[in-house]
Design a binder for this molecule. Structure first.
Ligand code: D6G
Length: 841
């Protein structure tokens, strides 16, 4: 070692030692250190004294205190991953529906109770500060929230995991209700700043778009593609720490923001058109501006494909960069890197990794393809035909010409490999081609993702079975090990420990706190279901949670709920297949029964419905109006007093969900069988002691198995019967004509009973059911649904029995922890091992 080099190293070591001492001083976990840190942050970070500090300032100061403590663990974790050259798992997702971070981080670092006490000594209420934080609403619904739960579990299981996605400036819109209708408002979660994110300009990556491919031969005469005349943007990473539960692991969620390149406008700029040059800067930065607010329905816009490629390209380049810091060649790539594609949205990652390996690192095709197919795995989230993504070949050719070439080449080799199999015929090849010919040439992203992945997984047993039977039967026949099931799960930290502190405390008091990381320990509650005093306490907790929710509903909607009445709840995206409309039909039937004979309705209910509709989904928006129309009539009719209240809860989001699940008695999971891949809301309700009224769809099937059929209200056609009914030629009129109660309900809606006498407003809804084939079989399931609702009422009338059933539901939800799900991914798909983190080593 030369002398100057030795000096540099010695100096670095000195800084490292000094830094350790400084950090030790600053991030103490004891009460005086935290008190001091809070006051210091208020002063130095926020710049406020106790006279002018507002709640928001106190929130920022507290977030900074927590952040400091995370930072130490974060840096140590990332160092450790490099030291042991860990295999890393990358979760690529267009959506991460994270919600708020403060309470979750406080809980995970183990400071919640201390901080709450310290603040109350200062006269500050911790929950007031928690409410200051905007939800990180970077997702539409289940798919995005699943990604967030999985990050929590990866960190808690000490798995070296990363989330990669887009830092949308505008997340999912805010929903307000005006005259009963959904109105969308831009959601500006970053407006007041975000204390949890760190920009990392040192990791900027360039991304190319458009242009053309120039064939070249290199000095050794080999073909080399060059992608030129492109329009470039750069990706700027923003890192958010993801803390494991009390284990010192802190992983990273890296979200990309699109920025104009520094020479963005040189051409135009040189031509003297300064203003146009600046305008063009905006165009490239638009890529990460807004989340597409569609759930299970691709918009097919050029900007959406740009978003997909933008974040995928940034992420793949970053993954390769990180891998190459410790490796000289790509031989170990798939031993060190696992990439999970959350649905097909990031499937362009497959040709992108091929491009990087072939064009930038000059690997041969076979080696590059072998690496890809050992690296990628794909999670399918839907079977709905209209939700399967395809991109027009001509758009792909224009935006990503090199990728289109690579996709053609991948496809040619794939189809050739089918020769000699039962699918080597023209017919077989046409079915299995990555390029679909129907309705113009299109790239089928699900086929691309399946061809390029070593595993494909469905998200519940029934869903996986349907993938094998209907979506990808040929792939299943070719390789029986490729398609596997991993039933979704939810994190018990956010969805029980944080959201329901009262129930959590009660559980911990009874069975200890092991359940927070080993959810199956809840099983020990089973014996307490028969314990009278436990049941009484359980009911008390539920009632207190209902009071909290009732106050929110009153403030948001003006509707006064009766906390002794059943809270009958359906919250999720508004979609025809989820059948919020079926719920409304039941409410109208109940209303009619009350009007006919009030004493017949013995169980008082509050029916609560919440969820956003895609802004362009007209019929879903009309369903929201119908809920509000029905609520107006029902709530204002004196006959319903003490019997029925209906409210549409506006702006359903993660932070509101945390208040809703703990307060629910009945959870409605009533999708048409075969349509809902899994559901995760269903699990959160049951985990918080709500009973499920549901169809045999998605994970409901497994939930019913776990809790026992006697603790689950089942109704409706099975997936098989749904398919059969349709193929037999389904006739909704038959049900209308033969069921007078159903007829009265539909006639009332058609007549305008819930639209101020206007018969046209809800006509499209009635027409869909009666004249356009009732695609989701509401009328076929109506009677069975009402019968099940009757059983719900009977059960409710025996409160002891109901509470017993509710406790058993909680006790038997162990399977639905995201820790179990992520553990299965790690073992069966990623081959990922935990790396324990210690702050002292
Ligand atoms: C996080 C924490 C930070 C660390 C960085 C590593 O932002 O301390 O330096 O991750 O990122 P990579 O070098 O692994 O991308």
């Amino acid at each position: 070692m030369s002398k100057p080099q030795a000096e540099v190293l010695a100096a670095r070591e000195k800084i490292a030692q000094a830094q350790l001492r400084a950090v030790d001083n600053r991030t103490g976990m004891d009460v005086p250190s935290i008190q001091k840190a809070f006051l210091e942050h208020l002063f130095y970070t926020v710049g406020k004294d106790h006279h002018n500090a507002q709640r928001r300032d106190a929130y920022v100061a507290l977030a900074s205190v927590v952040r400091d403590r995370l930072m130490q663990r974060w840096i140590r974790t990332q160092q450790r991953y490099y030291e042991v050259d860990a295999k890393r798992t990358y979760y690529l997702s267009m959506e991460f529906l994270m919600g708020r971070a403060l309470a979750n981080n406080l809980i995970n670092v183990g400071l919640y109770d201390e901080v709450s006490k310290i603040l109350s000594d200062f006269g500050i209420n911790l929950t007031d500060l928690i409410e200051q934080e905007a939800d990180a609403g970077l997702g539409n619904g289940g798919l995005g929230r699943l990604a967030a739960c999985y990050l929590d579990s990866m960190a808690t299981l000490a798995l070296p995991g990363y989330g990669y996605g887009i830092r949308y400036e505008f997340g999912i819109f805010d929903q307000v209700i005006r005259n009963g209708a959904q109105v969308e408002r831009p959601e500006q979660w970053l407006r007041l700043g975000n204390p949890w994110e760190f920009s990392r300009p040192e990791y900027l990556v360039p991304v190319k778009l458009y242009g053309r491919v120039a064939p070249k031969t290199d000095s050794e005469g080999r073909y080399r593609a060059e992608w030129i005349d492109t329009q470039d943007v750069v990706g700027m990473p923003y890192d958010t720490p993801v803390a494991g539960f009390r284990n010192d692991t802190v992983n990273t969620l890296r979200l990309w923001r699109a920025r104009a390149t520094s020479e963005f406008d040189l051409g135009v700029f040189n031509a003297g058109d300064y203003l146009r040059a600046v305008e063009q800067k905006d165009v490239s930065e638009n890529i990460s501006k807004v989340l597409y607010p569609n759930d299970s329905y691709p918009e097919g816009k050029e900007l959406r494909l740009k978003q997909q490629y933008f974040f995928v390209s940034c992420s793949i380049q970053d993954i390769v960069r990180r891998y190459l810091t410790g490796h000289k060649n790509f031989d170990a790539f798939s031993d060190k890197v696992a990439i999970q594609l959350n649905d097909t949205h990031p499937a362009i990652a497959i040709p992108e990794l091929m491009r990087v390996l072939l064009d930038q690192h000059h690997l041969g095709w076979d080696q590059a393809w072998a690496i890809c197919s050992k690296t990628f795995a794909y999670t399918n989230h839907t079977l709905l035909a209209e939700a399967l993504e395809t991109w027009p070949v001509d758009l792909m050719e224009r935006l990503l010409p090199r990728h289109m070439q690579l996709i053609y080449e991948i496809n040619a080799r794939w189809l050739k490999s089918l020769e000699g199999t039962p699918f080597g015929t023209d017919e077989g090849k046409r079915k299995l081609s990555i390029i679909g010919e129907e309705g113009g040439k299109r790239v089928r992203m699900a086929v691309l993702a399946t061809v390029g992945s070593h595993h494909v997984n469905g998200v519940a047993a029934l869903h996986t079975q349907l993938i094998k039977q209907t979506l990808l039967p040929e792939f299943d026949a070719l390789d029986k090990k490729k398609i596997v099931n991993i039933t979704n799960g939810v994190t018990p930290r956010r969805w029980l420990l944080q959201a329901n502190p009262k129930l959590s405390a009660m559980i911990t008091k009874s069975i200890g706190e092991g359940w927070t990381t080993k959810l199956s320990e809840l099983k020990e509650l089973e014996k307490l279901a028969d314990d009278k005093s436990f049941r009484a306490e359980f009911k008390k907790v539920k009632k207190a949670n209902k009071e909290e929710l009732a106050a929110i509903v009153k403030a948001e909607t003006g509707v006064e709920l009766d906390v002794n009445a059943m809270f009958d709840v359906q919250v999720k995206r508004i979609h025809e297949y989820k059948r919020q409309l079926l719920n409304v039909l039941h409410v109208v039937a109940l209303y009619h029964r009350i009007k006919a004979n009030p004493s017949h309705v013995k169980v008082p209910r509050n029916v609560l419905i919440g969820g956003k509709s895609a802004p362009g989904y007209a019929i879903a928006k009309l369903i929201i109006r119908l809920v509000n129309g029905v609520a107006d009539v029902v709530n204002n009719d004196p006959a319903t007093r003490g019997k029925l209240r209906v409210a549409f809860i506006p702006n359903y989001r993660v932070s509101l969900a945390e208040k809703i699940f703990p307060a629910s008695d009945l959870s409605q999971q009533i999708s048409t069988a075969g349509k809902e891949a899994s559901g995760t809301g269903n699990m959160k309700f049951a985990l918080n002691g709500a009973l499920t009224l549901g169809t045999l769809d998605g994970a409901n099937v497994e939930m019913r198995e776990e809790v026992g059929p006697e603790n689950f209200f089942l109704f409706g056609l099975t997936a098989e019967q749904v398919a059969q009914t349709k193929s037999d030629g389904y006739d909704p009129w038959k049900h209308y004509e033969s069921d007078p109660e159903l007829r009265a309900v539909l006639d009332a809606i058609a007549r305008g009973d819930f639209s101020g006498g206007n018969p046209t407003l809800f006509q499209p809804i009635v027409d869909n059911l009666l004249r356009h084939g009732d695609e989701y079989l509401l009328l076929a399931d109506f009677r069975s649904y009402l019968d099940a609702q009757k059983k719900v009422e009977e059960a409710w009338l025996d409160q002891d029995k109901w509470t017993r059933m509710a406790i058993l539901n909680v006790a038997r939800m162990g399977k639905f922890s995201s820790d179990r799900a992520v553990g299965q991914y790690a073992e069966q798909i990623w081959d990922a091992k935990p790396v324990a983190i210690s702050l002292t080593k």
